[in-house]
Design a protein around this ligand. Structure first.
Ligand code: NAD
Length: 385
């Protein structure tokens, strides 16, 4: 059975879905792999490395689609590849399901499309397939380095004969996987860190990393809702949003670096930093908006651009930070995909290891496959968010 890799390479995407190491793992399982020429080059994986691992090289995405039973990708497929799909083919990638306008075409073609973002993350057997965590962890780390690069002072405290250098004050808004890694990285660089999230359970994690929790008052009813959402974001009341804005306003007036990571699956990111707060920030301070690609946590942030406000505040619209660590993020993403692909295979029906006995076992009753499949048997099966 053949697995194809479509090139995601563009100005804004350097990752590749499978690495040469993943090709070796899949070959051991009995798969063949074909990769679109140049797909790995921006992640430092040349065609020759894939060939050495046993993959074939194809010259175009349509050639990959024609040859493959399973097609892997980083983001959504290019339209010409979707148009080439036929019934029963499998597509696996971060398909951005709630904003994907091509799902009807996937369904019309009869393809089964798996959107990796929809993984049930609390299932322990799914954790090694969790692309959101593998990518967000790296993104949280790199966001701090991006901020350090834009900032015209150091992060750690220095005692020098020319004077004392104060440590940078860093505020992290949204303390999921990316936020926690950002706190850890900023602490390692010697910054003083404050952080907030609408999940009260995040407080303990912030404090265990040496950060200070920025508390937003919450009604008893909201505290109960927050507990019952199983660790995921809940919809805050107008009062909470107002109180949160006041806490953010005070913290950011003193901050040197702000990293915002707040996302809501399937919806636009919440707006956490408003113009009125930006106007109070210090000249030279830096904001990294990691939600810039989904509407932005920071008013005025522009995806993939750095803008400077009139009062000298830099806002970095970091829409795709994992792409900036393409070699490592591709390695982890590829591992996630290999782990998922392994679950799509029916147990061997013969003891003869030399026989090519691989067969797909597509089962919408399976709790992982059923959650990830956004099209199957000519239907779009995405639940409304
Ligand atoms: P995410 O990227 O969806 O969002 C980042 C953070 O922003 C979250 O912590 C969220 O609560 C917060 N946020 C959203 N709206 C906000 C608002 N208006 N104000 C302040 N903060 C806001 O989050 P994520 O990193 O994907 O993690 C989401 C949840 O999943 C977390 O509870 C995390 O611990 C959990 N998780 C569990 C597992 C597992 O069980 N294996 C794995 C990964 C993540």
């Amino acid at each position: 059975m053949k697995i194809g890799v479509i090139s995601a390479y563009s100005e804004s995407e350097s990752r590749v879905a499978l690495t040469p190491d993943a090709v070796k793992k899949l070959s051991k399982l009995g798969f063949e792999v074909v990769i679109q020429s140049g797909a790995g080059q921006a992640a430092y994986y040349a065609d020759e490395m894939y060939q050495a691992a046993g993959a074939d090289i194809a010259s175009s995405s349509t050639e990959v689609v024609t040859q493959s039973q399973i097609i892997t990708t980083v983001n959504d497929l290019p339209t010409e590849a979707i148009n080439g799909l036929s019934s029963g083919q499998i597509v696996i990638g971060m398909l951005d399901p709630y904003r994907n306008t091509q799902l009807d075409t996937y369904a019309a073609k009869g393809a089964t499309a798996f959107a990796m973002e929809l993984l049930p993350r609390t299932l322990s057997r799914a954790q090694n397939m969790d692309v959101l965590s593998s990518q967000a962890n790296l993104a949280g780390y790199k966001a701090v380095l991006l901020a350090a690069n834009e900032y015209s002072r150091p992060f750690p405290m220095f005692m020098t004969s020319a004077g004392t250098v104060k440590p940078a004050k860093v505020v992290i808004l949204g303390v999921g996987v990316a936020g926690l890694q950002a706190i850890a990285t900023a602490k390692r660089l010697g910054a003083v860190v404050e952080a907030s999230d609408l999940r009260p359970t995040a407080r303990e994690q912030v404090e265990s990393l040496g950060g200070k929790w920025l508390d937003v008052p919450m009604s008893a009813e909201e505290a109960e809702t927050a507990k019952s959402t199983g660790g995921y974001a809940w919809t805050p009341s107008e009062q909470y949003i107002k109180d949160q804005a006041a806490v953010v306003d005070k913290a950011l007036s003193n901050a040197d670096i702000v990293i915002t990571t707040a996302q809501i699956p399937g919806r636009n990111a919440p707006r956490l930093v408003h113009q009125s707060t930006l106007a109070k920030m210090k000249a030279g301070s830096v904001l990294i908006d990691m939600a810039a690609g989904t509407g932005g946590n920071v008013e005025g942030s522009v995806p993939d651009e750095t803008i400077m406000t009139a009062n000298g505040v830099r806002i970095v619209g970091a829409a795709n930070i994992p792409s900036q660590l393409a070699a490592q993020s591709s390695d982890l993403y590829a591992n996630n995909l290999v782990n998922f692909i392994t679950t799509l295979i029916a147990p061997a029906t013969t003891d003869d290891a030399s026989a090519n006995t691989l067969a797909l076992n597509i089962d919408m009753e399976d709790e992982i496959q059923g959650a990830l499949a956004v099209t199957h048997e000519n239907q779009v099966r995405l639940a409304k968010c």
